[in-house]
Write a protein that binds this ligand. Structure first.
Ligand SMILES: [Zn+2]
Length: 307
């Protein structure tokens, strides 16, 4: 499927609502539209995002069952917001989206971005493998206070990062309730392929997790903690810089996982040559993901070791 490579191409591809609908149809029916009633391939586009079979005249909404279903806003606005989110190196804040899209309310922009963040996790993504460094960090401070207990109002984040001969591979970030063995074990099993080599510091909760080769790096008196697990530490720093830079740290407790998911999406595709491909990934998820209710964004408690 074709995707835009540049801002210019994006503008041309999605210059009106009809083009946006055609693109959505292409994503929904990869082999071309097929009428559910009669199997015919020819269609008419009607108003209000409806499609009609040319033969039997049966109709359906092309956004039904997608994350666009409940939105009255034009698809072109959604596409532009997705494009903004993926084409900017550091993403985009709700305030920027509100200003650029001309939304009357901040809440609309904020809600859209949270919905889109939920699309950054592919349901069939593969677990990390090979050598994987694991550590935890508190958002709001690096390992201050007693380990294993989250500080008040802070999120404890588990970090896993693949280590290559040169540089790093993919990462995973999850909020965990505490740094006990059960929490870390669940994070590791959910995110790292069995048989991989996990590299951690000497924290007791990591000991005795089965199914992995375990390398413990010990603290050396001459080095600070930062040198112990440099890759995980670097990811933690990048995450915090990103939250501070793009979002002014304006994140609230149970939404944090959404931000982590967006960060992981960006990090794992940092070498991708084309932002357009990222646009297409999010669009594919948008079409395949069931509608997300506002109440799901507001209430969902996402603090768990699950993905
Ligand atoms: Zn038909």
């Amino acid at each position: 499927m074709e995707y835009p490579l540049t801002q210019m191409e994006f503008e041309q591809m999605f210059s009106n609502e009809q083009l946006c609908m055609e693109y959505l149809i292409g994503l929904r029916w990869r082999e071309g539209y097929v009428c559910m009633e009669c199997g015919n391939h020819q269609y008419w586009l009607l108003s209000r995002r409806r499609i009609s079979c040319r033969k039997c005249k049966s109709q359906m909404s092309i956004t039904q069952g997608t994350i666009f279903e409940q939105s009255n806003k034009p698809l072109s606005l959604w596409y532009r917001t997705i494009w903004l989110m993926v084409s900017q190196k550091s993403g985009v804040s709700a305030v920027s989206v509100q200003n650029i899209m001309g939304f009357g309310s901040y809440q609309t922009a904020w809600t859209w971005l949270h919905k889109l963040r939920k699309l950054t996790v592919s349901p069939d993504r593969e677990r990390l493998k090979g050598k994987v460094e694991i550590d935890e960090t508190l958002l709001g401070g690096y390992k201050e206070g007693k380990r294993g207990r989250g500080a008040e109002g802070k999120n404890l984040i588990a970090i896993a990062v693949e280590i290559f001969e040169k540089g790093t591979g993919r990462v995973r970030l999850n909020i965990i309730p505490n740094a006990k063995r059960s929490s870390l074990k669940r994070f590791i099993e959910n995110n790292i392929e069995a048989g991989s080599e996990i590299i951690t510091d000497g924290w007791k909760s990591y000991l005795g997790i089965e199914g992995y080769t375990h390398t413990v790096v010990e603290k050396e008196s001459s080095h600070g903690e930062e040198n112990l697990l440099p890759n995980a530490h670097r990811v933690a720093s990048l995450l915090k810089r990103w939250l501070l830079g793009t979002h002014q740290n304006y994140i609230t407790g149970n939404k944090t996982q959404n931000y982590l998911d967006e960060f992981v999406f960006r990090y794992n595709r940092r070498k991708s040559a084309s932002r357009g491909l990222l646009f297409q990934r999010v669009m594919e998820q948008a079409v395949n993901h069931k509608p997300i209710k506002y109440s799901e964004i507001i209430n969902k408690n996402q603090i768990s070791g699950k993905n």
